[in-house]
Design a protein around this ligand. Structure first.
Ligand SMILES: [Zn+2]
Length: 159
């Protein structure tokens, strides 16, 4: 994966502790819980490398991304007792990408969680990143608690 030179100091997804806060990983991707979730379970799949666009991934990495995302989604659906989800990926600024590091949103849905099922995107748009200040952010302790429970759920699912 080669896209852009290493922006360790500016990209929130490249910060050194991302390896530590991920609740699941594949060879080249991480699953992170969203610090400001739209709904409980809202998570992100990101490449470990700083890659901006899905279009920069090799076929093998696209395959790995989607297989890993499906596995993580399965774990989240079980954990949150749901069978409904949205995936969303904003690729490039005109599409609403605010962090230049590819990230796939996984939004776990519940029956009647919104008056109109399609209204979720507006919520997402209002807090498009882990750096969002538009939605309540989890405290460090809340975040660590959820991440460790999801990590345990993911590890159990791999047995
Ligand atoms: Zn990055």
């Amino acid at each position: 994966m080669t896209d852009i030179s290493n922006p360790l100091h500016t990209c929130p997804f490249c910060s050194a502790d991302n390896q530590g806060i991920a609740f699941a990983s594949s060879e080249s991707f991480l699953a992170l819980y969203n610090i400001a979730p739209v709904f409980p379970g809202h998570s992100l799949i990101i490449p470990k490398a700083h890659v901006k666009s899905l279009r920069s991934l090799s076929d093998d990495h696209v395959s790995e991304l989607f297989l890993f995302a499906r596995k993580v989604t399965d774990v989240l659906l079980t954990y949150y007792a749901s069978d409904a989800f949205n995936w969303s990926l904003q690729d490039n600024e005109p599409a609403g990408q605010t962090i230049a590091h590819l990230h796939l949103h996984i939004i776990i849905r519940q029956k009647n969680d919104l008056p109109e099922a399609g209204d979720w995107y507006q919520l997402l748009d209002n807090h498009n990143s882990i750096e969002s200040f538009n939605r309540p952010r989890l405290s460090r302790d809340e975040y660590a608690d959820i991440a460790s429970k999801l990590k345990a759920a993911f590890d159990r699912s791999n047995k």
